[in-house]
Design a protein around this ligand. Structure first.
Ligand code: GTP
Ligand code: MG
Length: 184
């Protein structure tokens, strides 16, 4: 089935994790296909509309980017409004950010009990020998992905994994060139 316009499937995903793990970079990569080297700490919670081309056509995601500095603050109810699923992100080169996920999870579960979630270990380019973090998958009973926003390693799979769970069918990322070829 070919779509010419993004499908508004109203899927909202909350993105949380410690300082500088790459949450905003992840969104930026999806939106403008560029990598920003400079670190600009985010503030509050910003929602971005992110389209992704998949084997089911274009899909639109609302990605809610929660700034790490919110960790010790009070989460506002708006952050959790209409959220369908959660991505917990850490930096595979900073083990502290992996342990930091525990308190993010406690905080999120308080507001969104039982929502589907996945864990992403970003900056895999800094540790290409294979990460040791797959244990989280067993511990938290959730999918885990090593990703590199910088090197474009597995970065489209987290969203399609969550949408597959929510739609109960297999959704996979497809190259945009495939979509453009249909138009010719
Ligand atoms: N080597 C490497 N650096 C990355 C990668 N992804 C992001 N970065 C860098 O990590 C830094 C922080 O990225 P951000 O996306 O701003 O981090 P954040 O998680 O949004 O941080 P907060 O806004 O403080 O919550 C930036 O300097 C990015 O260039 C990656 O895959 N590999
Ligand atoms: Mg940020």
């Amino acid at each position: 089935m070919a779509y010419t316009e993004p499908q508004n499937i109203s899927m909202s995903i909350l993105l949380v994790g410690d300082e500088a793990v790459g949450k905003t970079s992840f969104i930026h990569r999806h939106l403008v296909h560029q990598f920003e080297y400079k670190y600009n700490p985010s503030e509050g919670c910003t929602t971005y509309q992110v389209p992704l081309y998949t084997n089911k056509g274009w899909m639109m995601f609302n990605l809610k980017d929660v700034a790490s500095m919110e960790k010790n603050g009070k989460f506002l109810p708006g952050y959790f409004k209409d959220v369908d699923a959660v991505i917990y992100m850490f930096d595979v080169s900073k083990v502290g950010s992996y342990y930091g996920l525990k308190s993010w999870r406690e905080k999120v579960e308080e507001h969104l009990p039982g929502k589907p979630f996945i864990v992403c270990g970003n900056k895999y380019d800094l540790q290409m020998t294979g990460s040791d973090f797959y244990g989280v998958s067993k511990k938290w009973k959730c999918p885990y992905f090593d990703i590199s926003v910088k090197e474009l390693y597995t970065i489209f799979t987290p969203l399609t994994c969550l949408v597959s769970t929510l739609m109960r069918c297999k959704v996979e990322p497809r190259p945009v060139s495939e979509f453009l070829a249909q138009l010719n």
